[in-house]
Write a protein that binds this ligand. Structure first.
Ligand code: S3P
Length: 171
C-alpha cells in the first residue's frame, strides 16, 4: 500500500473532522485531529494560542504537529482550515499521503459556520453580515492550495463509500 495516511483538507466548517472520523472507522485506522494535537502540545486551546502567542506561533506549531505525526501506522488526519495554506505543508502532505479536499461553496460554508458553536479565532470578530464576504475572499486565496489535493469531493451530503472507493484506487 503506497499511502498509510490520509489528510482531509478544506475550509473551516467543511466537515473535515466528521468525514475523517468516518473514514478512519471504515479503514480501521487511527483518527487524528490536528487542532487537538496542537492544543495538547501547547497545553491550551486554539483561541488562547492565537490570543497569547499570535498566529505566527500557531502556524509554526501547526506545521510541527503535521510533520510530527507518525506515518507508519494507518491514520486519517483532519487538518485545520489554514494548514495547507502555510509553510510547505501542502507539499509535505502531497508527498507523504493522500490528500482529500472537502469542497463547499461560500454559501454552504456561511450557513454551516453560522450554526457552529466551535470557537474560531479567525472569524470571532466578524459580524454575521460580513461573514459571506470574508469567506468568499478567504476561499479564493485558499483554493489555490486546496485544489492541489489528489481527490476533490463535494463536502455536502458526502458519500463516504464513494470516497472510500476513490481512495482505495489511489492507495
Ligand atoms: C483555522 C482553522 C481552524 C484552526 C484555527 C485556524 C484556519 O480549524 O486550525 O482556528 O486558518 O482556517 P478548523 O478548520 O477545524 O476550524
Amino acid at each position: 500500500m503506497r499511502s498509510r495516511i490520509i489528510y482531509v483538507i478544506g475550509f473551516m466548517g467543511s466537515g473535515k473532522s466528521t468525514a475523517g472520523k468516518r473514514l478512519a472507522a471504515s479503514l480501521g485506522w487511527e483518527f487524528i485531529d490536528l487542532d487537538r494535537v496542537i492544543e495538547e502540545k501547547a497545553g491550551k486551546k486554539i483561541p488562547q494560542i492565537f490570543l497569547q502567542d499570535g498566529e505566527v506561533a500557531f502556524r509554526k506549531a501547526e506545521s510541527e504537529a503535521l510533520k510530527g505525526i507518525n506515518r507508519q501506522n494507518g491514520a486519517v488526519v483532519a487538518t485545520g482550515g489554514g494548514t495547507p495554506c502555510h509553510d510547505d505543508n501542502m507539499d509535505f502532505m502531497l508527498e507523504h499521503g493522500l490528500t482529500v479536499y472537502l469542497k463547499m461553496t461560500p454559501d454552504q460554508l456561511t450557513h454551516r459556520l453560522l450554526e457552529s458553536s466551535t470557537a474560531r479565532p479567525l472569524i470571532q470578530n466578524i459580524t454575521d453580515e460580513d461573514l459571506p464576504a470574508f469567506i468568499g475572499k478567504a476561499l479564493m486565496t485558499r483554493e489555490s492550495f486546496y485544489n492541489r489535493a489528489e481527490i476533490i469531493i463535494q463536502g455536502i451530503n458526502l458519500d463516504i463509500n464513494r470516497l472510500l472507493t476513490v481512495l482505495k484506487e489511489k492507495m
